[in-house]
Design a binder for this molecule. Structure first.
Ligand code: 5RP
Length: 219
């Protein structure tokens, strides 16, 4: 099976985690695009979706799924999203698609993050994928120096601004053995909008697409 076929497999499997009659939190990315397509088949059985990006909002609306503003919602039964890497505890690197800030906000509305990934995203230690960090532009150079002190190399993602209008740093060379501690530390640095480490908002369930089918991992 190709990587894209594995993404379709887990995207369809995620429908079993959508609660009928309720809202569903929707992430961003190519795997989530397949999930939105699958969600359209049960759109009359859900209230609608809370979206994590302009891209996902456009796709949801194009398929006739009502999109609710996160600011008007108090809680979501489930949030479904992909990841760039996921470790054995459900901690993730996210933000390859530049949507990390709104993803974390919508994930925070839900106690249940269901992560949908193909098996290539499963790692023992996070960090081979460059860590995305949404930043305030004027702080980018001093934040890059802070990452250098941790052994990382931060570069601005060329030509990209997030839906919130901010640039992104991609940090290479980190070996993240304590994701929760690193997330907390980076969150304290002035100029950081959001770090793409999801340890405090880690996955509770991972649907992993493998050649043998969908493996469900509960953390
Ligand atoms: C977007 C993300 C995505 O979930 C992540 O990049 C995975 O994307 P894909 O499903 O295309 O592999 O964090 O900001």
């Amino acid at each position: 099976m190709t990587q894209d076929e594995l993404k379709v497999l887990v995207a369809r499997a995620a429908l079993d985690h959508v609660v009928p009659g309720e809202l569903v939190g929707v992430g961003t990315g190519s795997t989530v695009n397949h999930f939105i397509d699958a969600l359209a088949t049960m759109k009359d059985r859900i209230r609608g979706a809370v979206s994590s990006s302009n891209q996902s909002t456009a796709r949801l609306q194009a398929r006739g799924i009502r999109v609710f503003d996160a600011s008007k919602v108090e809680a979501l039964p489930v949030y479904i999203d992909g990841a760039d890497e996921i470790d054995g505890q459900g901690c993730m690197i996210k933000g390859g698609g530049a949507a990390l800030t709104r993803e974390k906000i919508v994930a925070d509305l839900s106690g249940c993050f269901v992560c949908i990934v193909d098996a290539s995203k499963r790692v023992d230690v996070l960090g081979a994928f460059p860590l995305p960090v949404e930043v305030i532009a004027m702080a980018a150079p001093q934040l890059a120096r802070r990452f250098a002190a941790l052994g990382g190399t931060a570069t601005l993602r060329p030509g990209v601004l997030t839906d919130n209008g901010h640039p992104l740093l991609d940090v290479r060379g980190l070996r993240i053995t304590d994701p929760r501690a690193l997330e907390s530390e980076i969150n304290q640095w002035p100029g950081v909008v959001t770090v793409g480490l999801f340890a405090r908002h880690r996955a509770r369930v991972c649907l992993l697409g493998t050649a043998q089918g969908v493996e469900t991992v509960v953390f």
